[in-house]
Design a protein around this ligand. Structure first.
Ligand SMILES: C[S@@+](CC[C@H](N)C(=O)[O-])C[C@H]1O[C@@H](n2cnc3c(N)ncnc32)[C@H](O)[C@@H]1O
Length: 331
């Protein structure tokens, strides 16, 4: 039976949950601890590659799956083996880009420097690099004296995510990345949203992201919003706790809940304000996974939300720390 070797990207804190999801999705697999890191599990499986590549779309804790085309033990430098491995998986007519990740590599140079060295060595053999929109992307992971080479199509998950988000200028809070990522991941159609309710809004990262899209935001939090939001005509701040707010018959097109409360309390906030939502309105809710069993938290939130919401989906986004993000639609 043919086996494939893959990196399953998942946050270290959730590796046991990711393993459980893998067993459910593909049955048995062989894990290679030597090639695993805090951000991915390295494993081989005989499952077909189609079902493996579809895992991130269905799972909560696995963010990306990357096929490994070469695993080189006891290698600490940019060796011919790496160059040959990439070239043998690259069409002469296709442009390429190599992205490097150092994990305890001990190589004493930056990932950028290694990327340039590999790229230049390949270009010498007549291949063409294109850093903006390559046809084929490769990852070279230098991991504590071992090297993994991975081949992707023209999009790069996982490794690229933080680099991209770190470029957001003038951010109000780190939390805004979470909402940007949630909107992308859950494919929220924001073009039809005119008004949103943001509970647990301070200092205002989510409020900023949504109001910049031309949405009027009612932000509820007893804490202060960032000064940059105070003069915005697109933002109304109700400086109270959610429990003491009554919005009467007002209706909103979207509900955001990012209160730093336990999962049950956060889910109940979404229930309290569901009567203020139009049918089909999207909900984005953060579930803090502190204390207790993760599976129990997930079951509790699901049990509470299903009364007023459908299409409930969960994802551990790259920018979630000890939390996951929930998406649902108002019934
Ligand atoms: C993680 S912060 C929210 C960050 C925010 N989403 C952003 O993008 O800047 C959590 C916020 O929830 C607020 N909060 C906690 N419990 C609340 C409640 N019952 N009602 C309203 N806000 C609450 C806190 O005051 C705090 O400002």
């Amino acid at each position: 039976m043919k086996t494939g070797f893959y990196l399953f990207f998942a946050d270290k804190r959730f590796h046991s949950m990711a393993r459980r999801e893998l067993v459910r999705a593909i049955g048995r697999f062989k894990e290679y601890k030597k090639y695993s890191s805090d951000s991915f599990l390295a494993a081989s499986t005989s499952s077909n590659s189609r079902s493996i590549l579809s895992i991130p779309g269905k799972s909560i804790f696995i963010n990306a799956v990357v096929p490994v085309i070469g695993a080189f033990p006891n290698l600490r430098s940019v060796d011919r083996k790496i160059i040959r491995c990439i070239e043998s998986n690259l069409d002469k007519k296709a442009t390429f880009k190599v992205e490097v990740l150092h994990i305890n590599s001990g190589m004493g140079e930056s990932a950028k420097t290694t990327e340039v060295r590999i790229g230049q060595a390949i270009e010498k053999h007549g291949f063409v690099a294109d850093l903006a929109s390559p046809d084929t992307m490769f990852y070279a992971v230098f991991l504590a004296g071992n090297v993994l080479v991975c081949r992707l199509g023209n999009v790069a998950p996982a490794l690229d995510a933080f680099r991209r988000f770190n470029n957001i200028k003038g951010k109000v809070s780190r939390a805004e990345y979470k909402l940007v990522e949630a909107i992308e991941h859950f494919k929220v159609n924001t073009s039809e949203i005119k008004s949103a309710l943001d509970i647990g809004a301070a200092p205002g990262g989510w409020t900023k992201v949504i109001s910049k899209m031309g949405v009027h935001v009612t932000a509820i939090d007893s804490a202060k919003l960032d000064r940059s939001l105070l003069s915005s005509k697109m933002v109304t701040h109700i400086r109270k706790k959610a429990s003491s707010v009554n919005l009467g018959a007002k209706r909103f097109d979207m509900l955001l809940v990012d209160t730093n409360t336990d999962p049950e309390t956060s889910a109940n906030v979404a229930i309290k304000f569901s009567r203020n939502l139009v049918k089909g309105a999207p909900l984005v809710l953060t579930i803090k996974l502190v204390g207790g069993s993760i599976r129990r938290h997930i079951r509790t939130v699901h049990g509470i939300l299903k009364k007023d919401y459908s299409s409930i989906k969960l994802k551990k986004l790259q920018h979630n720390r000890m939390e996951i993000t929930c998406f649902a639609l108002k019934r």
